[in-house]
Design a protein around this ligand. Structure first.
Ligand code: 13P
Length: 249
């Protein structure tokens, strides 16, 4: 049985004070949720505020990115052991916004993923096609390439620690969600990739989250798909009411 993971990616939103206010309102709303894991991923500087505000609750905290070196002359970067030391449970890797604006590639995704695992963090590795790629029937090629390049060379014991997030780029922040059928097909394709590379047991065990305009109104139909094991939520995770409705789908 795969335990659903409901994760909020806050992107470049909220101050430390706003993080604390969010948690004060959100924690009571999800206190009774025992059916899933819950995670919020604030910007780096607000991780300590989130860790303090969620202490003793079941809500975990994660980073939105990580560098693969542990330390050194790498101005502006944050390492996996640093995220772990400040209280992170997880880290998002390879988000399409990082790929699009910050030069993330499948090679850097692989390095970041192994660094996160070595530090004891759970990597949430994002894959997904652009609109152009979908419309030219290249979705499966893109997913297979991202999977192979980012995750294919992990050792089986490393792969067992990761979560995959399927986020069609055209559905992010657009209000245009993949239909449950479309998402289900992509998730099934990804699980087949896992089966081919790591075997049946790994395919059954790995959690594949859906991300892209997840809202209280569509989460139930998405979560009803057998291969969808949770959600990576952007905009709707910024509001305690909306994110709690998503968590309690
Ligand atoms: P939205 O939920 O705002 O579409 O963002 C999705 C996302 O990118 C989560 O990582």
């Amino acid at each position: 049985m795969r335990v659903p993971l409901m994760a909020g990616n806050w992107k470049l939103f909220k101050t430390a004070a706003e993080t604390t206010v969010f948690c004060e309102r959100f924690l009571p709303m999800v206190a009774a949720a025992s059916h899933c894991e819950i995670l919020i991923c604030p910007p780096f500087v607000n991780i300590p505020a989130a860790v303090a505000a969620t202490q003793g609750s079941k809500v975990g905290v994660g980073g939105q990115d990580v560098y693969w070196q542990k330390e050194g002359a790498f101005t502006g970067e944050v390492s996996a052991p640093m995220l772990k030391a400040v209280g992170c449970r997880s880290v998002i890797i390879g988000h399409s916004e990082r790929r699009q604006y910050f030069g993330e590639t499948d090679t850097t995704v692989f390095k970041k993923t192994t660094a996160a695992i070595e530090a004891g963090l759970q990597p949430i590795v994002c894959v997904g096609e652009t609109l152009d790629e979908r419309e030219s029937n290249r979705t499966e090629d893109v997913l297979a390439t991202q999977f192979k390049g980012g995750l294919g060379a992990l050792r089986p014991d490393e792969f067992a620690k990761i979560v995959i997030a399927y986020e069609p780029v055209w559905a992010i922040g657009t209000g245009r969600t993949a239909t449950p059928d479309m998402a289900a097909a992509a998730h099934k394709f990804l699980r087949d990739q896992v089966r081919g590379a790591f075997g049946e047991e790994a395919a059954q065990a790995v959690r594949i989250l859906y991300g892209g305009s997840v809202k209280p109104a569509n989460v139930k139909n998405l979560m009803a798909q057998p291969d969808i094991d949770g959600a990576l939520v952007g905009g709707a995770s910024l509001k305690p009411e909306d994110f709690s409705l998503i968590v309690n789908f």
